[in-house]
Design a protein around this ligand. Structure first.
Ligand SMILES: Nc1ncnc2c1ncn2[C@@H]1O[C@H](COP(=O)(O)OP(=O)(O)OP(=O)(O)O)[C@@H](O)[C@H]1O
Ligand SMILES: [Mg+2]
Length: 274
């Protein structure tokens, strides 16, 4: 492992300012727009490559509190592993953004910009509209069931090619508009149902790995089930729709569903022990 010079330490940002210097290659770029600032990564929308081609720039700046060599190694590892997994998914036809460019030493990866919104936002919007319209819970949920099925199939495709995500939440699943969408979608439709239209695109592979272990796959499903439970308790009851679709999406999926029962039991025991 080569030893790199310590990266420059960036100052803690005042909250209204762009929080970090971008890597030198992007410093003349006038277009970056900060979309989110997670614990580890900053996500920008930029048209650096072509004025007509928006890209997602995911940048992991160095952490001043981590040892510089360890920090550089970790960042490099995360960036390369995320890019590698995305490329593999793309090659195998799993719906993920394309990788346009990578510089693992500088800590960034540039991805295809996915139009649309994350599932968390869309499901909340759908629930809000239904409430407004006075639709009762538990009725006319065909469209939400349809969405759960699409999510289950997308995860099944990913697992089927030997990738586990490691951080499945409704913020790491996007709904991308499809040109042919609307009018006669799934089941009966009501006003506002179109917010759940779109193709599922899996994002955020920073914690993903190559694995075909049933245990790892089951944990992926369990993490998402818990995430649904905490962000959309009303959608949690429909998780079985997701699992049903998952179960038929690749050979061996049923074994994973069995394993999921075990993982849930362990989770329950753990929470009882506090
Ligand atoms: N390719 C993309 N196109 C459009 N928007 C994106 C794309 N990738 C990410 N986003 C948006 O940016 C947000 C953050 O991205 P992402 O989930 O990859 O980063 P993170 O959660 O901060 O990273 P990590 O968990 O790897 O540290 C997403 O929730 C989504 O709203
Ligand atoms: Mg994320």
């Amino acid at each position: 492992m080569e030893v790199q010079a310590a990266p420059p330490v960036h100052q803690a940002p005042p909250s209204t300012q762009p929080p970090h210097l971008l890597p030198p290659i992007f410093q003349s770029d006038t277009t970056p727009q900060l979309i989110t600032q997670g614990a580890e990564a900053l996500l920008y929308r930029t048209t650096y490559l072509l004025p007509t081609l928006p890209c997602a720039l995911k940048y992991r700046p160095s952490k001043p509190y981590r040892h510089p060599i360890l920090d550089a190694r970790l960042t490099k590892h995360r960036i390369l592993s995320e890019a590698r997994v995305l490329v593999k998914c793309r090659r195998e036809g799993v719906p993920v953004p394309a990788v346009y460019a990578v510089d693992e030493r500088e800590g960034w990866v540039m991805l295809e910009w996915v139009e649309g919104e994350v599932v968390r936002v869309r499901v909340n919007e759908w629930l809000r509209r239904r409430k407004e319209l006075g639709v009762e819970e538990g009725v006319e949920e065909e469209v939400l069931k349809g969405l759960m099925g699409r999510i289950g199939r997308a995860i099944g495709r990913m697992h089927g090619v030997g990738i586990v995500h490691g951080d499945l939440t409704t913020s790491n699943l996007m709904l991308r508009p499809r040109s042919g969408d609307a009018v006669n979608g799934e089941g009966s439709r009501n006003a506002g149902d179109e917010v759940l239209d779109g193709e599922i695109v899996l994002i955020d592979f920073g914690l993903a790995s190559q694995s075909s272990a049933d245990e790892d796959r089951a944990v992926d499903l369990y993490v998402l089930e818990r995430a649904f439970g905490s962000t959309h308790p009303r959608a949690e009851g429909l998780f079985s729709e997701l699992l049903g679709a998952y179960g038929t999406s690749f050979q061996g999926a049923n074994v994973v569903l069995k394993k999921l029962e075990e993982v849930r039991m362990r989770g329950r025991k753990r929470s009882m022990l506090g």
